[in-house]
Design a protein. Sequence first.
Length: 358
Amino acid sequence: YSFCTLLATDTNTKMQDLMDEFKSKDIPGVVDKMLSDVFKSGETPEDPVGGMCRSLQKQMLEKLNKQWGIGGSVRFCLGVGGMAKVVLQHGEGNIAEVYLHGAHVTRWCVGGFEALWVSPDAVYEPSAAIRGGIPICWPQFGPGALPQHGFLRNSSSWEVVDTCANENNISLSLQHTSNDATMAQWEHPFRVTYTIHLKPDTLTTSLKVENTGHAQFDFTTALHTYFSVPHIDAIRVEGFSGLQYMDNLQGRKEVTEESTEPLSITQETDRIYISTPEEVTIHDGYHGKTILHKSPSLPDAVLWNPWIEKASKMKDFNNYGWRNMVCVEAGAIKTPVTLAKDETWFGSQTLSVQLPSN
């Protein structure tokens, strides 16, 4: 539409030619209508690009809500930056929000408590990953041959494939298949299905990976969960005592955790704990706790806080964000997962919160 309005200097001739060109392609009906309106009036409406974007967004949301929305339990709407998000709601105080971009969980409110941290300076753009919530790291965790943490967390190619709502569970399933963009980076056909289950007291996120090609492939992965905490000085993390970990601040040097007590964080921390228990607990220092329970297929767990200096160097993090967050990330990192042709892998985590009693 903006192309037409910019190039059609002689509206009655060039605009008609451009309309015919657009009509010969698979363009949403709303664009055709807008072009027709311009041709009939001979005038360019105010803010043509913005008008087209708003109309396209409205049409997309109407279609999603008609096909996949479920009353007040599952609804599609615009989020920050005009990006589409899904709101899952179970009762009054249990809400999850998921952006279609990156299949990114950005909010879980349980009993009025905001359990996930999202940076106030997070970037909501198609080319960027949202800082906070639960980014999906796949098919690579950390740096490597691919961009940092792989390509799923900043992809806009996720599609809704299922929604469900009943008295015990609200769920949303999103799917990403290999395409030209992924094959240009990683030459393996795949299908990944990500399902979010919102229950009265828990949030479960599960990842299903299918090898749809003819050759086996390896991958590493993590659910990069940012937890909200009252203050980093007060928290203790239980579940890592006595374990081996790879210290990313020392080039992944393997170290043994000597502490027999729940861990405190007093400086920049970036560790991959190996062969961890299925349950890790974050004690908030005020008689509340958040519990992460993970499947055996995610044997490792990352503990991360950037602390003061590194936080100040990340434009999307916020200089003071390190005070109120900690990442505990369920993953399969040290030993890559190998999938042969037609094989399937599953990994999941379940989060729960125990709030302090009054």
